[in-house]
Each structure stands twice: as C-alpha cells, then as structure tokens.
Write a new protein. Structure first.
Length: 351
DNA sequence: AGCATCTCCTGCGATAGAGT
DNA sequence: ACTCTATCGCAGGAGATGCT
C-alpha cells in the first residue's frame, strides 16, 4: 500500500496482466494547486455546448477523413461549465504523472476541492450542479475516428464512462465523487496530449468566451498572432447563432476585453470579418518541455492531423533519420516535424 | 442549504442606413 | 420605393451567482 499525500491508494495487482496494465484501481485527487490542463482533441472540436439552455441537437464535424459526431442524452449536451470537471481530473492526473505517480481511469475527489480549484461559488446548490454536470458528461456520446494517444479506432463513448457520488454523513457535509474517465480522455492523458490553460480561464463566465480562449490556446499557442475568419470561428465554437448575431457577441466580448483586459493569454481584436488573437506572452511553457527528450507534446497531436492514419512514432524516426542524413538542425523542431508529416502525407497518402 | 437575482445564448423582430 | 445588410432590443429559459 502506497500513499498519495496522507491518503492510502489501494493497488490491486492482477497477475494475469502484463506490468504496463497494472494500475491502481482508484486515483484520489488531492494534489493542491495542480496546473489546469485540458485535452487537445476537446479543445479542437466543439464537443461542449456553449448554450445555457439544454442543447438536444446532434453535431457532426468533418475534417478531411476525420469526423466527430456528438449526440446529447435527454439531459442535453455537456456544457463548457461541465467540462470543468474533466479539466479538474485531467489536471490532477497530469500532475501525478509528472510526479511519476501511478494513475488510474477511476478518480475520486471531494466536491469542495473541485469547487475551489475551478473557482465556483460554494453555495448549497454546487453539489446538485456537479451531479447534473456528471449526468450530462455521462450522457453525451461521441462517435469518432479521431484517436487520442496511440489508439487508432472508430468508437462510440461517453465523455465519462461512469460516475457516482458518495455522501459521507458522519461529519455532516463531506461529499465525494467517483468518476471513471473514458478511454478517449484517459489515452489523451497518458499520451500527454494536453495543454496547460490559464487559471484565469475559470474566471471567464461567458461560455462563448471560454470557447474562444480554448480555440486561441490550441491554435495560436505560443505564436505572436493568429487570425481566423468569423464564420470559421463560429463553426469551431459550435455556436448556433446566426452569422450576424455571432459577430455581435464576439464584438461584445472583444469590447469587454479591451475595457477590462480579462481575456487570458491573448488580446482578441476584430478586423473586418477577421478575428485576430495577439499573444500577451503569458502562455505557460509546457511542463513536459519536450516529450521524450525533444518534441513538444502538441507536435504529436498536430502531426496526426497532418498525416492521418500514419504511425506518428514511425514518422518521428523517419524525420530524425532524414534530419541526420541531410545534416539538418531545425530551428523550430515542432514546426519542422509537422511540415515533414504534411509532405509525407502529400506524397504517400494514407497508409 | 435554500432562495432570489443576475447573466447570457438563442431566436425573432424592429430599425437604420446604403445601394439600386 | 424597394431590397439588402448591419445593428440593436427583447423575451424565454436555464445555469451561475450572491445573499442570508
């Protein structure tokens, strides 16, 4: 029996499974101040509803040969606020991974810890809201051929596999939640396909604002500037507003940001029908600086999009070999590698 | 914890201004 | 005068927030 903090973590070793599948059956989230992390696939696609009304529409997005289809349960699509639960779990698990601790798909946490970490009001309804959020996360099903981690698959799954709440009434109000993450999310964590997001993200109260930040964080990253057309941004946001309405909402957010400078990491501006995100230079450096020594974890995700169907580790080896042969020392290894994958895919198509 | 109030996305319609 | 487009206003509804 080992401990995480002062809490024991039960490890059930299954002798029938090889070592790499040996996982503790429960991970207890008690890492104080874990940096917020979000999975990249979820930031790329509008998986979460930005509406406060229950959203019952099925969405489908296609990008080349990849598609993702998101269908709500009768409770409606999971919202960007529900996502805070996933962000909280991912942050905890990544922090544990960085500490070389073992992690598991099933995590448990105290509602009060979650509320503090995500800056939610500690009112009495918080427990009920968390329960509703878990229900929507559980009910929202995703069908996709986009893979996370090394898994390549067509699959249907919920955003979380299962969830249960545990009330401990001995000292009154201690309430605990146990969540089993879906493979989709767990693979992303293990492959470290996650991005550090600003703590100020939780201060963003408008759903659209949150979605804008995610998109900027994913696409602009540490670059000084990133531009996107309003219509394309609308699609990426998953907004149901008309184009004109969407422009108004974006204008409002930008005006707010100009006035209060509350938008984290980027300074958004509207130039005609183009939204420009300029970096404030505050984007956190990845905790895992270069995955397996050299490449930024973001590179693997982008490389998979650039060369769908190909084994990225194999491509990485090819790329390194080619750089060695040509005596190339890329100034920007990440960009160079993605470019390499792009031209690989253009020349050879799908494997 | 419970309740009241606030906030905000959406859908719809009204209004204003520019172009034909 | 008519059409088109951009902007503004408002109500509905549900979640977020704040107060006690």
């Amino acid at each position: 029996m080992t401990t995480v903090g002062d809490k024991p973590v039960k490890r059930l070793a299954n002798p029938l499974l090889p070592d790499r599948f040996q996982q503790p059956d429960l991970f207890i989230c008690d890492i104080f101040d874990a940096a917020p992390k979000s999975d990249m696939a979820g930031m790329e696609h509008p998986v979460f509803s930005i509406s406060k009304k229950p959203d019952h529409q099925t969405r489908r997005y296609e990008n080349g040969n990849n598609y993702i289809e998101i269908s709500p349960s009768t409770k409606g699509l999971a919202t960007v606020f529900d996502r805070d639960i996933l962000i909280f779990c991912i942050s905890q698990l990544i922090a544990a991974l960085n500490d070389k601790k073992e992690i598991s798909k099933t995590v448990s946490f105290k509602v009060s810890d979650y509320i503090v970490a995500t800056g939610k009001p500690a009112g009495g309804s918080a427990y009920g809201r968390a329960e509703d959020a878990l229900e929507r996360l559980r009910g929202t099903s995703i069908k996709t051929n986009i893979h996370t981690g090394e898994e390549r698959q067509w699959q249907v799954f919920g955003l979380v596999e299962s969830a249960k709440t545990i009330r401990r009434d001995n000292d009154g109000v201690l309430q605990e939640v146990q969540v089993t993450l879906s493979d989709w999310v767990f693979n992303a964590i293990q492959a470290k396909e996650v991005l550090t997001i600003s703590r100020d993200y939780f201060r963003l109260k408008k759903p659209l604002e949150r979605r804008m930040y995610e998109i900027a964080r994913k696409h602009c990253g540490k670059s000084s500037e990133w531009r996107i057309g309003l219509e394309k941004l609308r699609l990426k946001c998953g907004s149901h507003s008309s184009a004109k309405e969407f422009k108004r909402l974006i204008s409002n957010i930008i005006a707010d940001s100009d006035q209060h400078d509350h938008f984290p990491d980027y300074d958004p501006a509207l130039e005609g029908n183009i939204v420009v995100f300029r970096s404030k230079g505050t984007v956190p450096m990845p905790v895992v600086e270069m995955y397996e020594g050299r490449l930024d974890p973001e590179a693997y995700h982008d490389a998979r999009t650039a060369a769908p169907g190909w084994d990225i580790r194999m491509l990485e080896q090819e790329w390194r070999a080619w750089c060695g042969k040509e005596e190339i020392e890329p100034k920007h290894p990440t960009r160079h590698f993605i470019k390499f994958c792009q031209s690989w895919f253009e020349k050879r198509g799908r494997p």
